[in-house]
Design a binder for this molecule. Structure first.
Ligand code: CUA
Length: 375
């Protein structure tokens, strides 16, 4: 090998074809690795990677992440340091371009060490992960302590169903997720159409909503506040705006909200039983329509100057509603497929606002839309 070269330079002698084996002191390599590892771990743990943590499970996940950083940064830094240091120390020197490296045939002791240490680290992290996961998914001692919420995804909205106040009653329906602080919640996640993914980043857990089956997970909210619900599975044109609000409230505020929702549902039922179809428009608007518009994500898809929104997935409301009366606006909200605006396809607007909004909320929304789009 190498003897057939036709360089002008005199052919090297056979014994010069091989570079002599070089060694390098390990001291500097170890010093660089240790300093870089310490810096990496300190920065990795000091940086705030995550959104606010609002559940006990979120605290566990964040701690787990810190442990992963502490375990993986030294490995990454160590490997990088060896590669860079070796590339520099054992680089080709002038005159060695056509020479071969020294004949080295492995090092059994080194290979055992660099197989055993990562294996032990992986095993330890797996054991820790399994223990944490089982602890995080543990049910409360008494099943009655737990709040069950059915979460239903569809293009492009989430609907939340709470157990009925009385046995055999109707589930309580909401477009916003209200949860009491300090109580375990078990979500049963379903979908009416395609894959979605139910995710409250502040709770950390997330799970796919899969057609035909029910998936579950539980969290215990432990921090009051409002957090977004996000769809984390690409599900169509409106995926990016499939966002709603989670409200973690004190337990008594939650009970009060649930009571109000229950009564609202009962009133709705009574009105329907009375047979006065279409009389809703006569009621005084109990609530202002603007917060209803804001809380239900309308602005994600629709442009409405009064609300300062610029969505383009659905029709521009300033244009399309100016010439419509209250009954037509209401029909567009409650039965969006009945009369589609030219240029917009079917099944884009969620079909269940008639179910998730109370009659008062719908009337307030209609009134707000009518007034804010009039010239
Ligand atoms: Cu639903 Cu993405």
């Amino acid at each position: 090998m190498g003897t057939e070269e036709t360089d002008d330079a005199p052919e090297p002698q056979a014994e010069e074809l091989q570079v002599a084996q070089r060694t390098a002191p390990l001291g500097p390599l170890i010093a660089i690795s240790v300093v870089a590892s310490v810096l990496g771990v300190v920065f990795g743990i000091a940086i705030d990677w995550f959104p606010i943590a609002a559940s006990t499970q979120a605290d566990q996940v964040d701690t787990f992440y810190d442990v992963l950083i502490a375990a993986s940064v030294p490995v990454f830094v160590g490997v990088t340091a060896i590669v860079l240091y070796s590339a520099y120390r054992f680089r080709v020197r002038p005159g060695e371009e056509h020479m071969d490296g020294p004949p080295i045939h492995g090092n059994t002791r080194l290979e055992i060490i660099w197989t055993a240490i990562p294996s032990l680290m992986m095993l330890a992290l797996c054991v820790y992960a399994v223990i944490e996961l089982q602890d995080a998914e543990k049910a409360p001692a008494a099943a009655a302590q737990e709040l069950n919420v059915r979460v239903v995804g569809e293009q492009f909205t989430w609907t939340f169903y709470y157990p009925p106040a009385a046995k055999g009653g109707k589930e309580i329906v909401s477009s916003e997720l209200y949860l009491p602080e300090g109580r375990s919640v078990r979500f049963r996640v379903q979908t009416k159409d395609v894959l979605h993914d139910f995710w409250v980043p502040a709770f950390r857990w997330k799970i796919d909503a899969v057609p035909g089956i029910t998936t579950t997970y539980r969290v215990t909210p432990n921090r009051l506040g409002d957090y977004p619900v996000v769809c984390a599975e690409l599900c169509g044109l409106g995926h990016a705006v499939m966002r709603q609000a989670t409200h973690v409230v004190p337990p008594d505020a939650f009970t009060a909200w649930l009571d109000k929702k229950t009564k609202g549902g009962a009133a709705e039922g009574a009105a329907a039983a009375g047979g006065g179809g279409g009389s809703g428009g006569e009621q005084a608007a109990g609530a202002d329509g603007e917060p209803v518009f804001a809380a239900n994500g309308c602005g994600g898809c629709h442009t409405l100057k009064a609300a300062g929104t610029g969505g383009t997935i659905g029709p521009d409301l300033d244009d399309t509603l100016a010439s419509q009366d209250a009954a037509m606006i209401k029909a567009s909200i409650v039965e969006p497929e009945q009369k589609l605006t030219k240029g917009y396809g079917a099944n884009i607007m969620p079909p269940n606002f008639g179910e998730t909004l109370s009659p008062e909320e719908i009337d307030a929304l209609v009134k707000y839309l009518q007034e804010s789009t009039k010239g």
